[in-house]
Design a protein around this ligand. Structure first.
Ligand code: N01
Length: 549
């Protein structure tokens, strides 16, 4: 047996005990999903080992340490619900928590429940193979260590595999290059530097207003202008904290029963059935307080083009009002796709940053990047001198982290082969031909269309009950049937077709990664609808799943 013991005594926050190489359950990843999986597996008496690439817990919140990183779901909702004590003792300082605060929360959770005892850090799973004779998953990691488990829980995240962007000439650049998704832990001193940032998704939009005041000059390379709603952030007062904690269960229930798991009741009203004045007033109310929840202020913003156009026009106007320069405004106001169909951002002062003298917008649709030079970026129209280049170019969303390792299931078929034309899952949690393997918040689950904490916890709760059900009957493996899987994929597509999502190029459809199959991946039927389906499936004795002794 190989040993990796050296790691367990040298780094902070680490377990000092030898790992269990052959537990009941192997969990891959120690982010929010991985930690929750450890808790649940322990609760049903299973031994568990989690393998984590990083040297600490937190997943995306461990890696994405770029300046300005924070969550755009409210802290009280973007947190675990499995422990009421935890809910009561943790004190969020702001409505929208910063990355450092979220990371300290995750570390607190890991300490409070002694989760590090079951985590092996600095271990990246490269291969997993189902052994049909032993009914175990055999896992190899990058350093050659071998693990095995009866169950394999893939808690590797939906936005964790960074998209590979390599521009011509990139190797020649003599300045520094950083990625938002792998920001150096020691931080980066950008003062006095000429900085270029590529990408204006949530990461870019959060970083720009924070770094602009620090740098000598900032050039923002924008390809597609996106919609962004202001974050109504504020410190949390003691009174507010006490009020949330006094009624936390009701808040959790409300979020669970909303379409996307946010703490905003979804409107039942159509944007088409109110007067112009009423619509405008509702948009104003949502703009001032809802953040990401703007999308819920009428029931049909994502399903009806006309309703959406009202919202899109309102937001375009609001964005335009924040920008002083007519030319910049022309380039930065989104124009050619409906609001919300590509993941909108929630920003703090993003647009007014372009009113600063030291900030330039380079619109890559007008002047595409030709190459990176020794001293900057050459577009078709200009050369931008840079000391630092930042990539905030996003992720191979929903499937990237599951397909990075080579996972081989029954009959030697790999997950890469099985998902060749797009991800195939049953309920977003299982994939046929991959017994005892579970996918957390992946394709086919509400995941990226929801407060992902709800998708994580409800998915794991459901899987845990299914494992107990299976084992109580003396089974050693369980697997989705290919018919059930095909039916689910069809249902996911039908739900998507009720919306505007499939019509627009976005990472939901795989459009952001060249060569990726174009399939709408998340489940758009809402967290409440999704939960009801899970309940129906378990209530019917786990229809669509085969159990084996
Ligand atoms: O990534 P993105 P992100 N040349 O994919 C551009 C979550 N998140 O890291 O749209 C030039 O959204 C790309 O342009 P285009 C959240 O779910 C949450 O910002 O493809 N540009 C786009 O502008 C979010 O949605 C939080 O034309 C290129 C940008 O890069 C998700 O993570 C914070 C390019 C990528 O935007 C991802 O956000 C941060 C190229 N070759 C992230 N390739 C919060 O909770 C890509 N781009 C607040």
């Amino acid at each position: 047996m190989l040993t990796v013991g050296i790691f367990f005594v040298t780094l902070t926050h680490m377990t000092t005990q030898q790992p269990n190489f052959h537990p009941d359950v192997l969990v891959i990843g120690a982010g929010f999903a991985g930690l929750r999986a450890i808790v649940s597996m322990r609760e049903i008496g299973h031994s568990v080992t989690a393998l984590e690439t990083g040297d600490g817990v937190g997943g995306v919140w461990y890696w994405n340490r770029y300046p300005g990183a924070r969550c755009d779901v409210e802290s009280y909702d973007y947190s675990y619900r499995f422990s009421e004590e935890l809910e009561q003792e943790w004190r969020w300082s702001e409505r929208y928590a910063t990355q450092p605060e979220i990371l300290s929360y995750v570390n607190h959770v890991a300490d409070r429940f002694n989760l590090r005892d079951d985590i092996v850090f600095n271990q990246t799973m490269t291969d997993a193979k189902w052994n049909d004779a032993t009914h175990r998953w055999e896992v190899t990691t990058a350093d050659g260590s071998q693990f095995s488990g009866r169950y394999l829980i893939m808690a590797t995240g939906s936005l964790s595999a960074a998209k590979d962007v390599v521009l011509p000439g990139q190797d020649e650049f003599e300045g520094k290059i950083y990625w938002s998704s792998r920001w150096p832990h020691e931080g980066v001193d950008l003062s006095g530097k000429r900085v270029g940032i590529i990408g204006t998704g949530s990461s870019g939009m959060q970083m720009v207003p924070v770094i602009a005041p620090q740098v000598q000059h900032l050039t923002v390379f924008q390809r597609t202008p996106n919609y962004s709603i202001p974050a109504p952030n504020a410190p949390v007062s003691d009174e507010e904290d006490a009020a949330v904690k006094a009624t936390y269960r009701a808040r959790r229930e409300a979020a669970k029963n909303s379409p996307s798991g946010l703490n905003f009741p979804a409107s039942g009203v159509s944007a088409l059935e109110v007067s112009d004045e009423e619509r405008e007033a509702e948009f104003e109310r949502a703009w001032a307080r809802f953040g990401f929840g703007f999308v819920l202020c009428f029931r049909d913003l994502i399903t009806d083009e006309k309703a959406n156009k009202y919202a899109s026009d309102f937001i375009r106007r609001k964005i335009g009002e924040q920008i002083e320069d007519d030319e910049v405004r022309k380039h930065i106001v989104p124009a050619d796709f409906p609001f919300g169909t590509k993941r909108p951002s929630v920003d703090a002062n993003y647009y007014p940053t372009f009113n600063r003298d030291n900030v330039t917008l380079a619109d890559l649709r007008d002047e595409p990047i030709e190459r990176v030079t020794k001293t900057g970026i050459a577009t078709s129209a200009a050369h931008y001198d840079l000391d630092v280049l930042v990539f905030a170019t996003g992720f191979d969303a929903l499937t990237g982290s599951f397909l990075k390792p080579n996972i081989v299931g029954r009959n030697g078929q790999s997950l890469r082969e099985h998902w060749d034309a797009g991800p195939l899952t049953y309920l977003g949690l299982l994939s046929s031909g991959f017994p005892n393997m579970f996918i957390i918040a992946g394709p086919g689950s509400p995941s990226l269309l929801s407060n992902v904490m709800i998708s994580i916890e409800e998915g794991i709760d459901w899987l845990t009950e299914m494992i107990m059900f299976s084992e109580a009957a003396g089974n050693s493996s369980l697997e989705a049937t290919s018919e059930a899987e095909a039916g689910w994929v069809q249902h996911v597509n039908e739900k998507a077709d009720e919306t505007l999502y499939p019509k627009v190029a976005s990472y939901y459809n795989g459009d952001n990664v060249p060569g990726k199959p174009r399939v709408f991946m998340p489940y758009s039927g809402g967290v409440r609808g999704y939960r009801r389906i899970l309940e129906r499936v378990s209530g019917n004795g786990y229809e669509g799943i085969i159990f084996e002794k």
